[in-house]
Design a protein. Structure first.
Lengths: 382, 542
C-alpha cells in the first residue's frame, strides 16, 4: 500500500512522462486520449499541472523556509513589517498574467469542442433509468444498450468471478459501433431524469436532459473499444449503465449496419407476425414472454419478487392496480404515472406490453387469470 | 456541558489589556435559569455559541458515520452491504448534514462567541432572535435524520437535489425540503443578527478598518447568506410544488426546464461555498499573526480580497454545469470569471505566508491547523483552478476528482480552520488550557488520514471513476481501499478531539487572560474563562 502511494505521488509529479510511456489504462492520470479533443484536454491538463507544480514549489518553498528558520525556538526575533504596496501589486498582477496564459489554449479547445457541424454520422443517445438507447439517424439503426455484467458478479461476495472480469461494470450487450476517423455527432436526450453520456478516452461528456436535446462530437483516432459510464446521478442504478463505443474500420462498420438492419427487420417481422390480430394467445405463451419483458424493463425497480422497494418503488404483487381492471394497468404502462419514477413504456410493442401485463397479473400472489391481448393494448394507445 | 461559575474577581476598574479600559465585570446580576432551562431560554451569546458548537459537533458525528457507511461499501468492488438506493441516500445525507448541520452552524457558533468579544459589544444585537435562530436547528436536524425511517428512506437525489430526480423521491425528500427551509430561516436570522451587531455595536474607536479580520469575513459572509438562502428556499419550494401541486417548473413534459433548477441551485450553491470558507479565512487570519508574533502582512488587502471573492461568487455559478450544454460564449464567460477567483485567493495565501516570514513562530495546535489549512486548502485551490478550465472540467465533472477537490477545500479548508479556531479560543471559553500534546497528536492524525483518504481520489477521478456510484470497475479497487482505510482513521481521530475538548472543559492548566503570547484583540482583555457578561461598559479602542 505504501509503495503504491509512493508511486502515485511520483506519478502525479511526472504526469506527462508516465502518460507518454504507457498506452494501457492509467490508474493515476487521464485515460490515454483517442480523439483530437481528448488530446487537447490531456495536454491542457498536463500544462496546468506543471504550472501548478511550479507555483506550489515556489510558494510553499517560501513557507517551508519560514517554518524552518523563522521560529522562536531558534531565537528568531519577529520583525514587525507589514503592508507593502509594491509587493502586493506584484503578487496580484503575476497570477493574472499566468491565468491569461492558461485561458488562451483553453479557449481554443472550448470553441473546437462546440463545433458539431458537418458530421459524418449522427447518433441519438437517449438516457433511460437505467440503460442507453441509440438511434442512428441516417442509417435507421436503433437498439438498447444494457449492462452486460451478470448480476451474480455484482451482488454478494463472489470475488473470484468479479476479479476475473477485466471489464466488470464497463461492458454492455449492444455497444455503439462507429467508423474510425469519421466525425460522429452524438445528440443526447433522456426519457426520465438527467443522465450524462461520457466516454473519457474520446473526450466527450454531455448531459442527457429529458425534453431537451444537446449535442457533442468526437472523431476517433484508432480502432478499439472505449468504455465510459453515466456521469450524472440518475437514481438507483446510476452506477450500472455503462457506455461502450467500438471503433472499427469503415468496411466493418458498413457490414455492422447491414447486419443490424437485418436483425431489426427480422425482429420487426416477428413482432408483426406476433401481432397478427388473428393469433390466439394462451396465458402460458404470454406469461413466458412477459417474464422476459419484465426482467428487461421492470425488474430494476419492481424487483424480481414483485415486492418493489417499499416507499420508493411500489410492489406489484398484491397491488390494487395489477389486480384491478386491466385497462387501468395498460394505461399506466403505456403512459407512465406523472410525478413518480414510473415512465411511459410506449416504445414497447403491443405484444410486449400485453405479455408483461399478463405476466404481472398472473405471477407471485396475483392470480387474476386475465389474458391481456395485444389488440387490447393497441386499442388503448393514443 | 461545562458548568461556568460566575466570576467574582473583578469589581470596579480592572486595568487589563492595552486599551487600559474596563473589562470583565462580574455578573452578580446574572439572573438566569440553571440546568436544562438555562440552555433552552438563554439569550446569552456565549451560551448560544456553545449550543451551536455542540450541535455542529453532533451533526459532524452523524454525517461522519454516514460517510464511513458509504466508504465501507466502497472498500472493495461488488455490492456487499447496501443496496444502491440506500447507498445514494448515504451520499446525499452525508452531504446535506455536513454542509447544513456541521460546517455552517460551527461558524455561527464562532460568530456568537467571538464577534461580541472581538468588537467589545455586550451581546448580539437581537438576543432573543439569537435563541430562536439556534433552536430552529435541532428540529431541522431531527427531520433530516428521521427521513431515513420514512417509507422509501431519505432523499437519494444527491445533496444538490437536482430535478427531476428529486421529484421522483419518496416522502424523505419532503422532510429534507422542510429541514432546509428551517435551516435557511435560521441562517437568515443569524446573519441579520451578525450584520446588525457588527455595524451598530462596535466599541468606540473601532472603525470598520480596525475590526479583526474574523469579524470582517463574517460581515461579508452574513451578507452572502442573506442574499442566497432565499434563492435556495425558492428552488426547493418549486421542487415541492412540482412534487405535490401539479406545477411543472422542472418538468419538460409540462413546459418546464430541468436545467433551470441547476441554475437556481448553483446561484445559491456557489456563494454557499464561500459562506463555508470565508469565516475559515477569518479564523486563520487571527491565528497566524498570533503565533508568528507579527501583525498580518496586508490587512486592507485581505479585506478587499475577501470582498472580491464574495462579489465574484455571484457570477461563476454555471461552472458547476459545464456539461449541461450551454453555448461557447457562456462557457467562456464562466471559465474566465472562475479563473479570476484565483487572484484574490492567491493574495490571501501570499499574505499569510508573508505574515509568517521573519516572524518568531511557535507551533501550538492552533498554528499547526492554520499552517495545515494554508498548505492543504491551497491544494484544493489548485485543483479548483484545474476544474475552472472548461474542457478539463468537462472531462472531470462528476468524477472523484471533484470529490477530492471539494473535500480539500471543505475538510482541509473549513474543518481544519474550525479545529484551529477551537484550540485557539477554547482557553478563553473554558478558562483552561487544553492538553497541548494530545492536540498535536490530533492534528497529525487528522492531517495524515485526511490525505490518505482524499489524495487517492484525484487519481481515481482522473482515471475515470464517476462519483455517487456504489460499485466500481476493478482498476479503481486499490485506491478505494486506501481511501476507506484513511476514512476510518480520520473518523476515529475525531474521538480524540472530543476527549481533548471534554477534558479541557473539566480540567487543565488555568489559562491567563491572554492565552497566547502573541495574541492581540479585545477578547484577550477579559478574564479566562470569559465571564457570563462582558463589555457592559464598552472598551475604548485607540
Amino acid at each position: 500500500m505504501t509503495r503504491k502511494l509512493g508511486s502515485a505521488l511520483a506519478a502525479l509529479a511526472m504526469t506527462p512522462v508516465a502518460a507518454a510511456a504507457a498506452e494501457m489504462p492509467s490508474q493515476y492520470n487521464l485515460q490515454p486520449p483517442q480523439s483530437i479533443i481528448a488530446h487537447q484536454i490531456y495536454d491542457l491538463h498536463t500544462l496546468i499541472m506543471w504550472i501548478i507544480v511550479g507555483i506550489f514549489v515556489v510558494v510553499f518553498g517560501v513557507m517551508a523556509v519560514a517554518i524552518v528558520k523563522h521560529r522562536k525556538s531558534l531565537g528568531h526575533k519577529a520583525e514587525q513589517f507589514h503592508e507593502n504596496t509594491t509587493v502586493e501589486i506584484i503578487w496580484t498582477v503575476i497570477p493574472f498574467i499566468i491565468l491569461i496564459g492558461m485561458a488562451y489554449p483553453a479557449t481554443k479547445t472550448v470553441i473546437a469542442m462546440k463545433d458539431t457541424s458537418n458530421p459524418d454520422i449522427t447518433i441519438k443517445a437517449t438516457g433511460y433509468q437505467w440503460k442507453w438507447g441509440y438511434d442512428y439517424l441516417q442509417e435507421g439503426v436503433s437498439f438498447y444498450s444494457n449492462l452486460g455484467t451478470p448480476r451474480d458478479q455484482i451482488d454478494g461476495h463472489n470475488n473470484s468471478a468479479r476479479a476475473a472480469n477485466a471489464n466488470y461494470l464497463l461492458e454492455v450487450d449492444n455497444p455503439v459501433v462507429v467508423p474510425v476517423g469519421k466525425k460522429v455527432r452524438i445528440i443526447t436526450t433522456a426519457n426520465d431524469v438527467i443522465h450524462a453520456w461520457w466516454v473519457p478516452a474520446l473526450g466527450v461528456k454531455q448531459d442527457a436532459i429529458p425534453g431537451f436535446v444537446r449535442d457533442t462530437w468526437f472523431k476517433a483516432d484508432k480502432v478499439g473499444t472505449y468504455r465510459g459510464q453515466c456521469a450524472e446521478l440518475c437514481g438507483k442504478d446510476h452506477g450500472f449503465m455503462p457506455i461502450v463505443v467500438e471503433v472499427v474500420e469503415q468496411e466493418k462498420y458498413n457490414q455492422w449496419v447491414a447486419s443490424a438492419k437485418q436483425k431489426m427487420g427480422e425482429a420487426a417481422a416477428a413482432t408483426k407476425a406476433a401481432a397478427d390480430p388473428a393469433k390466439q394467445w394462451t396465458l402460458e405463451e404470454l406469461h413466458a414472454q412477459g417474464a422476459k419483458v419484465f426482467a428487461a424493463n421492470c425488474q430494476a425497480c419492481h424487483q424480481a419478487t414483485g415486492m418493489g422497494i417499499p416507499g420508493t418503488f411500489p410492489a406489484l404483487a398484491g397491488s390494487k392496480v395489477v389486480t384491478g381492471p386491466e385497462e387501468e394497468q395498460i394505461r399506466i404502462v403505456l403512459n407512465g404515472k406523472p410525478g413518480t419514477a414510473m415512465q411511459p413504456f410506449k416504445h414497447l410493442s403491443d405484444v410486449e406490453i400485453a405479455s408483461v401485463v399478463t405476466y404481472t397479473r398472473n405471477n407471485w400472489t396475483n392470480k387474476t387469470g386475465d389474458v391481456t391481448t395485444p389488440a387490447e393494448v393497441k386499442a388503448l394507445r393514443k | 456541558m461545562e458548568a461556568r461559575t460566575p466570576q467574582h474577581a473583578h469589581t470596579g476598574d480592572h486595568p487589563v489589556g492595552h486599551g487600559g479600559h474596563t473589562a470583565g465585570h462580574d455578573d452578580h446580576h446574572a439572573h438566569h435559569p440553571t440546568g436544562f432551562m438555562r440552555w433552552v431560554t438563554t439569550t446569552n451569546h456565549k451560551d448560544i455559541g456553545t449550543l451551536y458548537l455542540w450541535f455542529s459537533f453532533s451533526m459532524f458525528i452523524v454525517g461522519g458515520i454516514l460517510a464511513l457507511m458509504l466508504r465501507t461499501e466502497l472498500f472493495q468492488p461488488g455490492l456487499q452491504l447496501w443496496e444502491p438506493h440506500f447507498f445514494n441516500q448515504l451520499t446525499t445525507m452525508h452531504g446535506l448534514i455536513m454542509v447544513f448541520g456541521a460546517i455552517m452552524p460551527a461558524f455561527v457558533g464562532f460568530a456568537n462567541w467571538q464577534i461580541p468579544l472581538m468588537i467589545g459589544a455586550p451581546d448580539m444585537a437581537f438576543a432573543r432572535m439569537n435563541n430562536w435562530s439556534f433552536w430552529l436547528l435541532p428540529p431541522a436536524a431531527i427531520l433530516l435524520v428521521l427521513s431515513f425511517f420514512v417509507p422509501g428512506g431519505a432523499t437519494a437525489a444527491g445533496w444538490t437535489l437536482y430535478a427531476p430526480l428529486s421529484t421522483q423521491m419518496g416522502p424523505g425528500m419532503d422532510l429534507a425540503i422542510f429541514a432546509l427551509h428551517i435551516m435557511g430561516a435560521s441562517s437568515i436570522m443569524g446573519s441579520i443578527n451578525i450584520v446588525t451587531t457588527i455595524l451598530n455595536m462596535r466599541a468606540p474607536g473601532m472603525t470598520l478598518m480596525k475590526m479583526p479580520l474574523f469579524v470582517w469575513t463574517w460581515l461579508i459572509t452574513a451578507y452572502l447568506l442573506i442574499a442566497v438562502m432565499p434563492v435556495l428556499a425558492g428552488a426547493i419550494t418549486m421542487v415541492l410544488t412540482d412534487r405535490h401541486f401539479g406545477t411543472n417548473f422542472f418538468n419538460a413534459a409540462g413546459g418546464g426546464d430541468p436545467v433551470m433548477f441547476q441554475h437556481i441551485f448553483w446561484f445559491f450553491g456557489h456563494p454557499e461555498v464561500y459562506i463555508m470558507i470565508l469565516p475559515a479565512f477569518g479564523i486563520v487570519s487571527q491565528i497566524i499573526p498570533t503565533f508568528s508574533r507579527k501583525p498580518l502582512f496586508g490587512y486592507s488587502s485581505m479585506v478587499y480580497a475577501t470582498a472580491s471573492i464574495a462579489i465574484l461568487s455571484f457570477i461563476v455559478w454555471a461552472h458547476h454545469m459545464f456539461t449541461v450544454g450551454m453555448t461557447a460564449a457562456a462557457q467562456l464567460f464562466f471559465m474566465y470569471a472562475t479563473m479570476l477567483i484565483a487572484v484574490p485567493t492567491g493574495v490571501k495565501v501570499f499574505n499569510w505566508i508573508a505574515t509568517m516570514w521573519k516572524g518568531a513562530m511557535t507551533f501550538e495546535t492552533p498554528m499547526l491547523f492554520a499552517i495545515g489549512f494554508v498548505f492543504v486548502f491551497s491544494m484544493g485551490g489548485f485543483t479548483g483552478l484545474v476544474l475552472a478550465i472548461t474542457p478539463v472540467d468537462i472531462q472531470l465533472q462528476d468524477t472523484y476528482y471533484v470529490v477530492a477537490h471539494f473535500h480539500y477545500v471543505l475538510v482541509a479548508g473549513s474543518l481544519f480552520a474550525i479545529f484551529g479556531g477551537i484550540y485557539y479560543w477554547i482557553p478563553k471559553w473554558t478558562g483552561h488550557m487544553y492538553n497541548e500534546q494530545l492536540g498535536k497528536i490530533h492534528f497529525w492524525l487528522t492531517m495524515i488520514f485526511f490525505n490518505v483518504t482524499f489524495f487517492p481520489m484525484h487519481f481515481t477521478g482522473l482515471a475515470g471513476m464517476p462519483r455517487r456510484i456504489p460499485d466500481y470497475s476493478l482498476q479503481f479497487a486499490d485506491f478505494n481501499m486506501l481511501s476507506t482505510v484513511g476514512a476510518f482513521g480520520f473518523g476515529l481521530s475525531q474521538l480524540l478531539f472530543l476527549y481533548i475538548v471534554l477534558k479541557c472543559i473539566g480540567s487543565g492548566a488555568k489559562s491567563p487572560d491572554r492565552s497566547w503570547e502573541g495574541a492581540e484583540g479585545l477578547e484577550w482583555t477579559v478574564p479566562s474563562p470569559a465571564p457570563y457578561h462582558t463589555f457592559e461598559t464598552p472598551p475604548v479602542v485607540k
